[in-house]
Ligand binder design. Sequence first.
Ligand code: SAH
Length: 360
Amino acid sequence: MSAAPLDLAELEPTELTAAVVARGGQPFNARQMARWIYRRGVTDFERMTDLPAALRATLAGDCACSTPTVLRADRSADGTAKLLLRLADGLRVEAVFIPDTPRMTFCVSTQVGCAMQCGFCLTGRMGLARHLSAGEIAAQVRVLSRRFELAGAAFNVVLMGMGEPLHNYDATMKALRILTDPHGLAMRPQRITLSTVGVLPALERLAGESLMPNLAVSLHAATDELRNELVPINRKHGLDALLAACRRFPVARRRRITFEYVLLAGVNDAPADARRLARLLAGLRSKVNVIPLNEAPGVPYRRPSDAQIDRFARTLAAHGATVTVRKSRGRDIRAACGQLIVDGPQRSTAQQLATALGGS
Ligand code: SAH
């Protein structure tokens, strides 16, 4: 029996070069391949016409370049598009294309499901089926950029799809090395935002990386009491420790840490909450992204009124915070924040969920 093919989609630039050289190619052949795979979306080695024929044949013999298949594409009235992707083992994840915000943005997943169990997030209801590999994370960008014909264009990537990127640290960082390969998609790290609930040891590790994405921290509450309830990992890593780590985090010049704050009617949207939040963030180079809750069946919270959202944002600003209110995109196709979920028989957790949601 022959060994399983080597999956080139899982390789970062140095590894791809080593694999090509081991098959008799030259390092520059690896750079040519990165262009084919990431800029032109070609994964069939025979079609990589500038490679030597012998190398193409060798690659075809013992390598593959796996790419998730698009099972479904939904387009929202506002232009947002959600892709349901099938991975090699049959599990599925979602990835979202958000046009002009002001730049094109791809929102990608880092796990199938999520273990964090935040009280208002549908993805958490699935539980964690498994981590995504680096190749699977990067391939979502490859698929999206091909489908929306943006391979040569400047776009942003936000790791805000399904999953907690810092719970899947090594694969996430490797995916960033793939996405920033100058011969592939050549993304600038400043165009990538990693969003986390604040898995502390991993956040400290990220602080020491040379490849540094923008950081967004899902805060959602300004007291431990409330955050323990909304974001269960807070029971392990509380607000003091999280904010201390953020204060130590090396934020590049002219950059800030974004704090995401899902606004829940009657729970965390009072002026006193805004004042407390502003106080917590005082002196931190930060901005607050207020995200009015996207309601969903089975989520036991309500979205505040527009007036309440406005009052909260104004109170924050009046107390010195920089504030933006996130416009919800793609709600009609359930592509908005916290609405990514793959239903149907994926794992037993997903089936339980379907029951819990009354089959919606
Ligand atoms: N696990 C990471 C990455 C997911 S990002 C994190 O939590 O940061 C998704 C963002 O959408 C997070 O800020 C999350 O808290 C927010 N979100 C989750 N459910 C939501 C909902 N129902 N409405 C609005 N935002 C939600």
